[in-house]
Design a protein. Structure first.
Length: 621
């Protein structure tokens, strides 16, 4: 018999040590270097000389440079990442502390030119380079600003985009429309990074796109009003949308990218750099700064609600009483952050009251299904849980099920395939919010294990059918918000098990065979970030604590006894709980395949604790 108690005790004490005074856990939400580079560029462009922050960010950027001069998004990215390298090179130059003749920057320049120059970076970076004067704006905007005026019944309209798409596209459309550029006396000159000078910058990539663009133009003709008048109204509507969705910390939706773009969009509309809205936005993204290994990192957002809901639940699964001070404080923090305001989700779900939870510390208008199930799990054992709090959360979750039977992250039925033709790079990640296996699986797991929703309820039946229909041929499931197939398979298997799908069911058996087949010789599991862009499971060739915990938890949930694979996995966890190497820093979450990866610093504690606790409860009790 394997003794898991020492490992569980160590993990609990680590979490106890790291809890914040407000009851939450503020573990970093680390998303690489992009936000750090953009912060330097923002401060220098607005001539805000916060030298301590700029120096610290520049030092962090340099500390991550590879020997060949590039920067990577993840450890096993082959030679380096062009977009990341351009952003880092630009930020270091703009910081004023490094010059082009610096050998490290010369190596970066050589890498950039070898990969096709700055014209080949991703779209977000092209926007940033255009608005700071390093590239010319394309002749055509990615989308006409008048799309914001199209009615809800039109096949493509503003609210058929995902909320994340709206948040970023709104200021982007204003900036592209105005072709706004802001340079300073300290602006670097990146013209020597342009390889192909004879081809104008364009985001219209195909004839299909031109047809779709024409279709949107036809829709504009149905609007009442003269073109100039409609254009002016659209600009005002876009500005109003941004201002109406500013969180209490001054950020636009609590996202770094949308806030960064909003600041420049407002400047393009005549706002002064000293305007209170802009100052509040700058202070808001500054407030998301965290520290990693003694250096500053600008978080894309904060993850306090997500961290706290998962940790509160994991601690109770590990045997802590709901009355334990640590759990009580965590749950009180969560109760204080249930939403009571309507957000954009109501457009496609008009018959539900607010009741969800958001992701960040200050979010109060953008709830999501994942945080809501996680928060409800944590408060489910409270003896004094307010029934109104509980019922509002449950009802909101039920109302958010998509017509196809699955659950998405933020909104309902926002998955139009037509967006695949839009000239937005990674559009399937930015513009749509489809049902996905990870969220559908965990929602079923919540309903099955923590509510009295009958297993033959139509909601459950539809959710199970969606999962079964979307299983991969090899037995895995794709996880939209994690890395990647191990994550989706864990979510799906535990969800199916919770709603009493028999262990003998072919979907579960195929998943078990797949998980056993990808276990490493050391007993652990590991998956590469390449899985998402490859569209198939890609092994990392090293085991990670988090991937191992996900795979183990899935196997434990559908096993009557500890199999050899489970025993080997538990032994791997217990041997490696305290290790510190690149595998513990490796991203376990993703927001955009091939571009945006997330290292949740909390995961190395949360998921090993859950799998050890579930092993102990099921097999050692």
């Amino acid at each position: 018999m394997i003794d898991t108690s020492k490992g569980i005790d160590w993990l609990v004490e680590m979490l106890r040590r790291d809890q914040s005074p407000d009851g939450s856990w503020a573990y970093p939400f680390e998303t690489g270097l992009s936000t750090d580079t953009y912060m330097i560029i923002l401060l220098r462009t607005l001539e805000i000389n916060d030298e301590e922050l700029i120096k610290g960010l520049a030092e962090r950027i340099l500390s991550r440079q590879e020997k060949n001069g590039s920067w990577k998004l993840f450890y096993d990215e082959h030679s380096g990442n062009l977009t990341a390298t351009v952003e880092c090179y630009y930020a270091l130059l703009y910081s004023g502390y490094y010059e082009k003749k610096d050998k490290r920057l010369q190596a970066a320049k050589k890498f950039i030119l070898s990969k096709g120059g700055i014209e080949e970076v991703n779209m977000f970076t092209k926007v940033m380079l255009s608005l700071t004067g390093q590239l010319k704006w394309p002749r055509f905007s990615p989308l006409p600003i008048e799309i914001i005026l199209l009615p809800l019944h039109f096949p493509i309209n503003f609210y058929s985009f995902s909320v994340y798409g709206r948040a970023n596209l709104t200021p982007m459309m204003i900036l592209a429309d105005k072709k706004f550029t802001l340079k300073t006396g300290r602006s670097p000159d990146l013209s020597d990074l342009i390889v192909s000078r004879n081809h104008p910058v364009t985001w219209i990539r195909s004839e299909k796109m031109r047809s779709l663009y024409s279709f949107i133009e036809e829709g504009k003709k149905d609007l009442m009003g003269l073109p100039q008048q409609l254009h002016r109204i659209a600009i005002q509507r876009a500005k109003k949308y941004m201002l109406d969705h500013i969180e209490k910390d001054g950020t636009f939706y609590s996202y770094y990218s949308s806030t960064f773009l909003m600041i420049f969009a407002l400047l393009s509309l005549g706002y002064k750099k000293t305007d209170p809205v802009i100052i509040a936005a700058i202070n808001g993204i500054k407030s998301m700064k965290t520290e990693i290994n003694g250096l500053p990192h600008m978080q894309y957002t904060t993850a306090n609600v997500w961290n706290t809901s998962l940790i509160g639940y994991a601690l109770q699964e590990a045997g802590l009483s709901p009355e334990d001070k640590m759990v009580v404080e965590a749950n009180q923090y969560l109760l204080d952050r249930q939403h009571d305001q309507y957000g954009d989700w109501v457009i496609h779900n008009p018959n539900s009251l607010p009741g969800g939870w958001g992701f960040s510390n200050i979010n109060n208008i953008n709830p999501d299904v994942d945080d809501t199930t996680a928060s409800l799990r944590s408060i489910s054992r409270m003896t004094s849980t307010n029934l109104d709090t509980w019922s509002r959360g449950i009802n909101w979750l039920l109302s958010m099920q998509n017509d196809d039977g699955g659950w998405a992250a933020f909104e309902k039925n926002t998955d139009k395939k037509i967006f695949e033709f839009l000239p937005i790079e990674k559009g399937e990640f930015i513009l749509t919010d489809p049902s996905c296996a990870d969220i559908t699986g965990r929602t079923l797991e919540f309903f099955g294990n923590y509510t009295n929703v009958p297993k033959d309820h139509r909601t459950i039946i539809k959710g199970v059918k969606w999962l079964v229909d979307h299983q991969e041929v090899d037995g895995s499931w794709y996880g939209r918000w994690g890395i990647c197939y191990i994550y989706g398979t864990w979510s799906a298997v535990t969800g199916l098990a919770a709603v009493r799908v028999p262990f003998s069911d072919s979907s579960i058996q195929k998943a078990v065979i797949w998980l056993r087949g990808i276990q490493n010789s050391d007993g652990g599991w590991g998956e590469s970030c390449y899985s998402d862009s490859n569209g198939k499971y890609t092994p990392l060739k090293e085991s990670t604590l988090t991937h191992t915990a996900w795979a183990l938890d899935a196997l434990i949930s559908v096993s009557d006894k500890p199999t050899p694979e489970i025993r080997k996995g538990i032994s791997y966890l217990l041997r490696n709980l305290q290790k510190e190497d690149w595998t513990t820093d490796y991203p376990k979450g993703q927001g955009m395949a091939g571009a945006f990866y997330i290292h949740y610093h909390s995961y190395r504690y949360i998921f090993p604790l859950l799998s050890l606790a579930h092993y102990q409860r099921k097999f050692d009790s």
